[in-house]
Design a protein around this ligand. Structure first.
Ligand code: HPA
Length: 270
């Protein structure tokens, strides 16, 4: 793994990805932040050595280096998911690369279903804690201790200071920002009614198919991280309508301007 990390980082440094300060992962349907970035360099995932080979969903997947609010950022447009057949180590490899490139903070976004029915689609949720239901750990491999502590502490996986800042920004701009627990499932099938009931009982406020592996690896690397879910559907088991993935992606796009504002103001304040 160390050799792969060095090789990939050297490649990106050669391409001009010099000393980014902040890493950003953009979730499904969330790409408009890029319109706010002064792009300096961009590379398709399938040109980056050792990156998982981009699937159909992410034939457009790109790593972007540029400036946002005067800060040097590296942005993942599209992420890798377990449901595409990658391993948890594959899915989180880009986090290790951004860390090696020098980022000091990581901001993560995703599209998620609202389990807490006080939360409505189109609203945002600051992830305060999570439940890993993906059946594995991105840290479960030989040699992990060469990159960080094997028994990584997860008592506060989402950086409290960044979270407070995001809450203050949301309040100042009249943006509804719920706070809650995100449960990660493998997918790609959506949940059954019984599964939505189960998720509520175990304490989840939102459910999605990503993010938790990246958060675990950020903690493994002692990299301060925060994550925001864009709520795209309401998961009411007693009133469940068929979920349409196009609608989910559309809803993510609709709520995205608030997410962009939060991230931009946060970066400005950093
Ligand atoms: N379940 C799982 N993942 C999701 C959902 C959902 O309801 N909505 C958006 N991503």
């Amino acid at each position: 793994m160390i050799k792969y990390i060095e090789e990939t980082t050297d490649y990106l440094k050669d391409k001009g990805f010099e000393a980014p300060e902040i890493g950003i992962i953009l979730g499904t349907g969330l790409g408009q932040l890029l319109n706010n970035i002064e792009v300096i360099k961009e590379v398709s995932y399938n040109h980056i050595p050792n990156f998982p080979t981009a699937t159909v969903e992410f034939h457009k997947g790109k790593l972007i280096y540029g400036k946002l609010e005067g800060k040097k950022v590296v942005v993942m447009q599209g992420r890798f998911h377990l449901y595409e057949g990658y391993s948890l180590q594959d899915v989180t490899f880009p986090v290790r690369i951004m860390h090696q490139l020098g980022i000091k903070k990581l901001l993560v976004s995703n599209a998620a279903g609202a389990i807490n029915l006080d939360f409505k689609k189109g609203e945002l949720m600051l992830i305060d804690d999570h439940i890993n239901l993906q059946g594995g750990s991105p840290l479960a491999f030989k040699g992990v201790e060469q990159l960080g502590s094997r028994f990584t502490d997860m008592s506060a996986p989402y950086h409290p200071e960044i979270n407070s800042k995001l809450e203050a920004i949301a309040a100042n701009h009249n943006i509804t920002l719920h706070k809650g627990v995100y449960a990660s499932v493998v997918g790609p099938q959506l949940e059954t009614r019984a599964e939505y009931r189960y998720l509520k009982i175990i304490g989840a406020d939102a459910v999605g198919m990503s993010t938790v592996p990246e958060i675990i690896v950020a903690n493994h690397l002692d990299l301060p991280v925060a994550a925001v879910s864009v709520l795209t559907d309401e998961c009411d088991p007693d009133n469940l309508k068929p979920v349409n993935i196009e609608e989910i992606i559309q809803m993510a796009g609709k709520a995205e301007p608030n997410l962009i504002l939060l991230f931009k103001e946060l970066i400005k304040s950093m």
